[in-house]
Design a protein. Structure first.
Length: 246
């Protein structure tokens, strides 16, 4: 479903590679966690998967299409069905929960409609359903700035849901949350993943979360894949390799 072929990324002006010859394949139905310490290349990797970052070398194949051969319009179409959730939620604080969730539909609409804030009954019903499924019924008109961190991430997930995603990507979506809330968010993500038959790929720096929820774990170090396998195979040695200095 998504394949990375010899993907390397070198940022302009940098001497080191943020990603080095990454070869990975992801299938529909897999829930994958990507581990690695700060600077390992996790965000760069996630951004490559939906074309937000172009590889300097290699290619990403998405549903059998080479991302580097796609036009900006075709890329937008792919991103429309790729939900994305972030550590800092990337919501609009002064707007309501409903309004934030509706912005998930922007990719599929004209800019005029978006600017004018015109939404059809069906679009509002879809947003309502998404809000309900993340457990925020009753909060539709609440301004996002008045919510807790966990509730904000639920809004982020609802916004991804209205996109009717086939792929869900997360860039450390629970890194700003306390452990209990982080677990609740992962439970929600896992249930949603199973119900919708998604491909889910999430960066996380907490190994326990990865072990508890993921079907597969990938570890990055200095832009290289140093582990790719079942969570139960990720032991002390792999932990030291991933998080140690060497
Ligand atoms: P992680 O998400 O695991 O912390 P990143 O993908 O953000 O890692 O970063 C990988 C490497 O690329 C780091 O060395 C980081 O400093 C560098 N890097 C990330 N973004 C940029 C950028 N926009 N310009 C230059 N270097 C960057
Ligand atoms: Mg990062």
């Amino acid at each position: 479903m998504i394949q990375c072929k010899d993907v390397s990324v070198t940022y302009p002006g940098s001497h080191t590679k943020a990603l080095q010859t990454v070869n990975l394949t992801f299938q529909k139905g897999e829930f994958v966690c990507v581990l690695g310490k700060s600077g390992a290349g996790k965000s760069t990797f996630i951004r490559c998967l939906n074309g937000l970052q172009s590889p300097t070398e290699g290619d990403v194949i998405y549903h059998e299409q080479s991302l580097k051969k796609l036009s900006e319009a075709e890329l937008r179409k792919i991103r429309q069905h790729t939900g994305m959730i972030f550590q800092q939620f990337n919501l609009i604080p002064r707007l309501s929960v409903m309004h934030n969730v509706l912005t998930g539909l922007f990719g599929s609409r004209s800019s005029f409609k978006n600017l004018a804030g015109l939404f059809t009954k069906e679009e509002k019903a879809a947003a309502d359903a998404a809000i309900k499924s993340v457990g925020l019924s009753g909060f539709e008109n609440r301004r996002v700035e008045q919510l807790s961190g966990g509730q904000k991430q639920r809004v982020g997930i609802a916004r991804a849901l209205v996109q009717q995603p086939t792929v869900l990507l997360g860039d450390e979506p629970v890194a700003s949350l306390d452990p209990g809330t982080a677990n609740q968010i992962f439970t929600l993500l896992r249930n949603m993943h199973d119900d919708l038959g998604l491909l889910t790929i999430i960066n996380v720096h907490d190994l326990q979360l990865a072990k508890k929820y993921a079907d597969r774990v990938i570890a990055l170090k200095d832009g290289q894949v140093i582990f790719n396998g079942l969570p139960e195979m990720f032991g002390d040695r792999e932990y030291d390799l991933t998080y140690g200095d060497k």
